[in-house]
Design a protein around this ligand. Structure first.
Ligand code: FE
Length: 169
């Protein structure tokens, strides 16, 4: 009985560990990455800089923007899920993605209302609403009011800060 319990615990821990780092391309370098843990992270940019590839850091942590039509997901229409490339937070489903002429991957809603956060952004002489990841506070892009039904929203995201997991992989 005790032996069975022991092996159940070991198996459970092993399963949890595998799930926690599931499909994370940086799972050896990024101890904060998780697709299960939704607790808010308080990690300073100094530390993120050591962990993240520069192309992700320059957008996620210092509000950069990739060139239009340059990202890997702007015209992808494969079914699947989009996660935060910094922390693994589930952000969008492909069912909310739509073909936009803007050159960045565009969605009409996030997977959950609390998956992202919104902040007024008045930089570069524009009045925009910045969208950040609710778990790690990374910059993802902006949201505009010119999207399609049912929300009329256009979440204009940077491919570099998204990680796509196709369905039935
Ligand atoms: Fe995140």
């Amino acid at each position: 009985m005790k032996t069975t319990f022991f092996f159940s615990v070991i198996f459970g821990l092993s399963f949890l560990t595998n799930c926690t780092n599931a499909q994370n391309p940086m799972n050896n370098k990024n101890p904060y990455y998780s697709r299960i843990d939704t607790h808010h992270l308080n990690v300073k940019n100094d530390e993120w800089k050591k962990i993240l590839p520069s192309e992700i850091y320059s957008i996620a942590r210092v509000q950069g923007t990739e060139f239009a039509f340059s990202g890997k997901y702007w015209k992808t229409d494969v079914k699947g899920d989009y996660y935060c490339a910094v922390c693994g937070n589930h952000l969008f489903k492909s069912t909310a993605k739509f073909a936009s002429s803007c050159g960045w991957p565009s969605f009409f809603e996030s997977i959950r209302p609390d998956a992202v956060k919104y902040t007024p952004d008045h930089t570069h002489g524009m009045d925009r609403t910045e969208v950040t990841c609710s778990r790690c506070d990374s910059h993802l892009g902006h949201v505009f009011d010119d999207g399609p039904l049912p929300t009329r929203k256009r979440f204009c995201m940077n491919s570099a800060v998204l990680e796509f997991e196709p369905e039935n992989k």
